[in-house]
Design a protein around this ligand. Structure first.
Ligand code: ZN
Length: 170
């Protein structure tokens, strides 16, 4: 599975709810876990593999979460600034500000409704993935200057990588 990169359309679209958990969804989820681990990520959302459905996979501290049609029920007043990165913008990182704790309701792969109270890193990952379903990246949780700087840094890296690839061909 190829991970969609910054600049591609599906990343900025609002995704649609999953209406039925069928073989297509089960296969998709399994491929997404595989891709996430291959890329050394801790989360991957539908739009990042070109599928604009409200689903994501998370793998953190030896635990796996299949997150379908998630909804944030509560967020803490307390905010937290953490450095984030994204498989759709490889090679760059920037601090993003988010609520420190969130309560999220979602469906698992068996269609069971689950609620989780997440704190710290797990809260950050849940919010990061849910943002993807709303067409947002973590850079949208940073101030404008940081956002612009991070995008420029990423684009410069991409341009340099393309140059290196061209040189190798000659
Ligand atoms: Zn991401």
């Amino acid at each position: 599975m190829r991970v969609v990169k910054w600049g591609e359309k599906s990343l900025l679209e609002v995704s649609k709810p999953v209406e039925e958990i069928n073989d297509y969804i089960r296969e998709l989820i399994s491929e997404m876990f595989k891709t996430m681990y291959e890329e050394n990520g801790i989360g991957l959302a539908g739009p990042q593999v070109g599928v604009n459905l409200r689903l994501a996979v998370i793998g953190l501290d030896g635990k796996e979460y299949v997150v379908i049609n998630p909804q944030i029920l509560e967020t803490s007043q307390e905010l937290h600034v953490m450095e984030e990165g994204c498989l759709s913008m490889p090679g760059v990182y920037a601090p993003a500000t988010r609520p420190k704790r969130v309560k999220v309701q979602y469906m698992d792969l068996d269609g069971r409704r689950r609620t989780i109270d997440a704190d710290g890193m797990l809260a950050k990952v849940f919010q990061h993935e849910i943002d993807h379903l709303d067409g947002m990246l973590y850079i949208h949780r940073a101030d404008e200057e940081t956002r612009e700087r991070t995008i420029k840094r990423y684009e410069r890296k991409q341009a340099n990588a393309a140059k290196r690839r061209r040189r190798r061909r000659h």
